[in-house]
Design a protein around this ligand. Structure first.
Ligand code: SUG
Length: 445
């Protein structure tokens, strides 16, 4: 039986905008108020998916969420027609409307933590949607995320789903962005690395920006997924990394199989983290590529998103390929480092720069846009929706985006009731294309 790492990329939603909602995410806050281009954003994302599918990767798509999120307004006491609720919310708080209009579900590295069947006690693939408790606009994502995941991966002998962790910011969980899995081959038994920003009950005093993930949240996920404690490592992010704008650990490192490519400032004690990972992997040798501050300064790592690349094993290529944001090609230290790593006789042999700038301006690079799910050929046949990417799907979704998306969105446009209607029409049509059922609140009455 063949096992694959399948990348599920989030489609950029029709309300993609720059509201500057994420404190501690320097790209998002510095681009606050800029005019976005949702059409360009969705096409850039589709371009990345199509490119990887064309290279023989198993590539899939996750739909955007319904925005404005009217159920959230309902829960806050707004009543009346959809248009009346939106207008009343805008006159009460434009900031609230910006939050319920955010297209942030595109960053599917934060959708969930996924543990493959070969690592779990019951031999099923486990999914826990991330509660994303530390940012209000993201904390409203998980119920819809959970429904989408259940529609694609039907609960049963192969897949099982948990609710997001309860407990607010104490149990703050940001999903796969703070989780790495190491393995010799995708179907082999692997080891998990969970990275957290601070403990739940003795909050860190050395953080100026939020440490979004807590240790206790990571431990809860490992427990409920039935992971073997002897094959699980918990490591704390270096506070200097969070304070420099690395709000998720996937801004500081990326893994694939036995390779971990990361910046030394990701952790307070990188040598210890490497030793712990190697212990969990037993006889299987790990390959660590630890990048020094002297080679790539932390500020360049954060600005370029060098480590928010995808590190991929491709069917038709020797060695691994890095899929990097084009921003990393524009900074001397990161461009130079990539050239050096490719020229070395290490495990990474190819690098490709891709433009995902609409997402990057909100702090979302190539790796933020994808959720990795290890699936067997049998699992692929069990999927409950039409989400795999190929030329036909790419063409259909591009045409769909051209029909429905705007090419210009200013923050003031978020109050526009016709934007709401356009978005709901687009998403309703998308559920038919993806054959995913009525996953949105507005379809469920
Ligand atoms: O949670 N940005 C997202 C970016 C998430 C990136 N994901 C990973 N690193 N895996 C966030 O901060 C900005 C939205 C705004 O400001 O309008 C935002 O939510």
């Amino acid at each position: 039986m063949q096992w694959h790492e399948v990348n599920f990329d989030g489609l950029v939603g029709p309300t993609h905008n720059y509201a500057g909602l994420s404190f501690g995410n320097l790209a998002a806050t510095s681009n606050q108020g800029k005019v976005s281009n949702p059409l360009k954003g969705v096409l850039q994302g589709l371009g990345k998916m199509q490119h990887l599918a064309g290279l023989g990767m198993k590539q899939a798509v996750l739909p955007p969420h319904d925005r404005p999120h009217l159920s959230t307004l309902h829960g806050l006491g707004f009543t009346g027609s959809d248009e009346e609720m939106l207008a009343a919310a805008w006159s009460s708080s434009p900031e609230l409307v910006a939050n319920i209009m955010s297209a942030s579900a595109m960053w599917t590295a934060n959708a969930a933590t996924v543990s493959p069947a070969s690592d779990t006690a019951d031999g099923r693939t486990h999914f826990t949607p991330a509660n994303l408790a530390s940012m209000y606009h993201r904390s409203i994502e998980w119920p819809t995320t959970g429904r989408i995941l259940k529609a694609i991966f039907p609960e049963g002998n192969s897949f099982t789903h948990h609710d997001a962790l309860a407990g607010g910011t104490h149990m703050g969980d940001e999903g796969a962005a703070n989780h790495n899995r190491f393995c010799a081959t995708y179907g082999a038994r692997g080891a998990a690395l969970f990275v957290y920003g601070q403990p739940a009950f003795a909050k860190a005093k050395d953080l100026t920006f939020p440490g979004r993930q807590t240790l206790e949240a990571s431990q809860a996920i490992a427990r409920q997924h039935g992971l073997d404690p002897a094959r699980t490592v918990f490591a704390k992010q270096h506070p200097a990394a969070i304070n420099a704008g690395a709000f998720h650990n996937d801004v500081m490192g990326v893994s694939n199989r036995t390779v971990f490519f990361y910046h030394e400032m990701a952790f307070e004690n990188p040598a210890q983290v490497e030793a712990d990972i190697q212990t969990t992997m037993g006889e299987t040798p790990m390959q660590f590529i630890r990048v020094r501050e002297a080679e790539v300064p932390l500020a360049d790592a954060v600005q370029s998103y060098l480590f928010n690349s995808q590190l991929l094993s491709m069917p038709k290529r020797e060695g691994m390929t890095l899929i990097l944001p084009s921003e990393a090609e524009n900074i001397l230290t990161t461009k130079g480092y990539v050239a050096k790593v490719i020229a070395s006789d290490g495990p990474i042999n190819h690098a490709e720069y891709m433009e995902v700038r609409q997402s990057m301006r909100n702090g979302g690079g190539p790796a933020c846009l994808r959720l990795r799910v290890v699936l067997s050929d049998d699992n692929l046949a069990e999927l409950g929706a039409n989400v795999m990417m190929d030329d036909g799907q790419h063409e259909t979704l591009s045409a769909w985006a051209h029909r429905h998306y705007r090419d210009r969105l200013a923050v003031e446009d978020l109050a526009d009731a016709s934007l709401m209607r356009e978005s709901f029409t687009a998403l309703d049509e998308l559920t038919s294309i993806l054959q995913i059922g009525n996953v949105y609140d507005f379809q469920r009455g």
